[in-house]
Design a protein around this ligand. Structure first.
Ligand code: BG6
Length: 485
């Protein structure tokens, strides 16, 4: 569907996200001829700089983040779409420049992308409204962190909701923009094969892992107040869990999908202090080697408090109390400075009930479906197969679907897809306010418990798969994380 003309405003327009992700994503769509000729990008920030200075900044800070080689002519054309406007987000008077810069046409789509700290959301929305800029054709995009607990998330929803209707609010979780996440929807609801098996009778357990090799980098100020549970689990991992576990929505329409996801979040078994201590492991990286290079421990990162209790790793066993999933463990795991960078979902099916072959049942690996999001995107279905040659020996074999190989289509970054969806007015891949609150509501007892708990996260060496307690957590159920099997 061709896009209609738009003014896209990036608050935090000179910031890291705009430079690293948002502008490169818009350039990629421009080169692909997806943007209307007269569409414009207005970058807004506090700095008092000229248009030339800003374009120079884009040249230096954003252009290097473009993955494909840059076509100079297309790049110059792209730069012409960009206008820099200095606005102090908290100062109403300073919005005059923005009023001036925006086109007044009611037919035009207007998007305000708030790539700013959430503490500014309320003021920005109020000031947009007071400046007459929150019009019916406006949409607002909210970047994480969307709160640090239930109360602050509710506050964000209330503040933004005062100015914009829910149908105008796009809460970003960039994991939902990844190709494989949508492919999971295609797999589950575009095929007849899986749905009958997608339940407790046939599935024994599900593992969801997002492992990173990078450490905290230069984000310590944010991260030390956040930690892996808030930074990754409350949002990205729970969103993946929702897509895996949700009931078939009646259509791909935003509220149909979001209702199904919400139901999962509301059915997650609540942790009590006792179950929490047994089913959640938090870790913090120490020094070690990643890709053969020595790296410092978290507490030795520049600026880190020496006694920091912030977790950089979390693993847990979650359960969903529904007829479909009762008793099926969902093992969730994420961490920084781990042995490898990968994001994957592993759905393991039950073992066969009886062996007719001259091999014990225990030698049959249960079928499993591995859905890979990163680093490459694909699916593998593990099946038992006869080994070639004489005799009847069965061994595990893989049916492999490599999306890139199969479709030979250029890859689209998550932010490209999500920005295009915002511009199209397509809300399916964005969290609704009640989903956000339900996710925080479930996570909050864990945060509270850790808050008053005297113990620290368990240390693990950088370049490993996390603390031994994480292997023990899943090992207690007679299982192993896929990478450790
Ligand atoms: C972000 C987190 O949301 O996701 C970061 O704040 C993390 O800490 C990043 O590194 C991971 O995203 P991706 O797409 O690189 O897996």
């Amino acid at each position: 569907m061709a896009l209609s003309d738009f003014d896209l405003v990036f608050f935090g327009g000179s910031g890291d996200l705009a430079m690293r992700k948002l502008l490169p994503a818009m350039y990629a769509r421009d080169v692909a001829n997806d943007l209307p000729v007269s569409a414009r990008i207005i970058c807004v920030g506090r700095e008092d700089m000229s248009q030339e200075d800003f374009l120079q900044m884009v040249e230096t800070n954003s252009k290097p983040h473009i993955k494909e080689s840059v076509d100079e002519q297309a790049w110059q054309k792209f730069l012409q779409r960009i206008t820099w406007v200095a606005v102090d987000a908290v100062n109403l008077q300073s919005y005059a420049g923005l009023v001036e810069a925006l086109r007044k046409d009611e037919q035009l789509t207007r998007v305000y992308y708030l790539a700013t700290p959430p503490s500014l959301f309320a003021r920005i929305c109020d000031n947009l409204a007071a400046s007459g800029l929150a019009t019916a054709n406006s949409r607002v995009v909210l970047e994480k962190p969307l709160g640090r607990d239930l109360e602050s998330a509710k506050q964000i929803n209330a503040d933004v909701g005062k100015v914009f209707a829910e149908s105008q609010i796009y809460r970003i979780d960039h994991y939902l923009g990844k190709e494989t996440v949508q492919n999971l929807l295609a797999l589950r609801f575009g095929n007849i094969l899986f749905e009958p098996l997608w339940r407790r009778e046939w599935i024994s357990d599900v593992q969801i892992t997002i492992a990173e090799k990078i450490g905290v980098g230069n984000r310590l100020g944010y991260y030390d107040n956040s930690g892996a549970l808030r930074d990754m689990l409350q949002n990205h991992l729970l969103q993946l869990l929702c897509i895996v576990a949700m009931e078939p929505p009646t259509s791909i329409a935003p509220d149909a999908v979001r209702d199904s996801k919400l139901q999962v979040l509301r059915s997650l078994k609540r942790f009590t202090p006792t179950t929490l201590a047994q089913n959640i492991v938090r870790g913090q990286y120490r020094s070690g080697y990643v890709d053969g290079q020595p790296v410092p421990g978290y507490r030795d990162e520049p600026g880190a408090p020496k006694q920091s209790k912030t977790e950089t790793f979390v693993a847990m066993k979650a359960e969903i109390d529904t007829w479909r999933w009762a008793g099926v463990p969902f093992y969730l795991r994420t961490g920084k400075r781990m042995a490898d960078r990968l994001a994957e979902i592993v759905v393991r099916f039950k073992p066969i009930p009886h062996s007719i072959f001259n091999q014990p049942t225990s030698s049959f690996q249960p079928n499993s479906l591995v859905i890979r999001l990163q680093p490459d995107e694909g699916l593998s279905l593990n099946l038992m197969s006869k080994t070639p040659g004489d005799g009847m020996r069965l061994k595990q074999a893989e049916l492999e679907l490599d999306f890139r190989e199969q479709f030979k289509a250029p890859r689209m970054e998550a932010y490209e897809r999500l920005l295009m969806d915002v511009l199209r007015g397509q809300l399916t891949l964005f969290m609704r306010g009640d989903e956000l609150e339900a996710a925080w509501e479930w996570v909050e007892p864990i945060l509270d418990y850790w808050e008053q708990d005297d113990t620290s996260p368990v240390p693990y060496s950088s370049g490993t798969w996390g603390p031994a307690a994480s292997s023990a957590l899943i090992g207690r159920d007679g299982l192993q994380w896929r990478e450790e099997a």
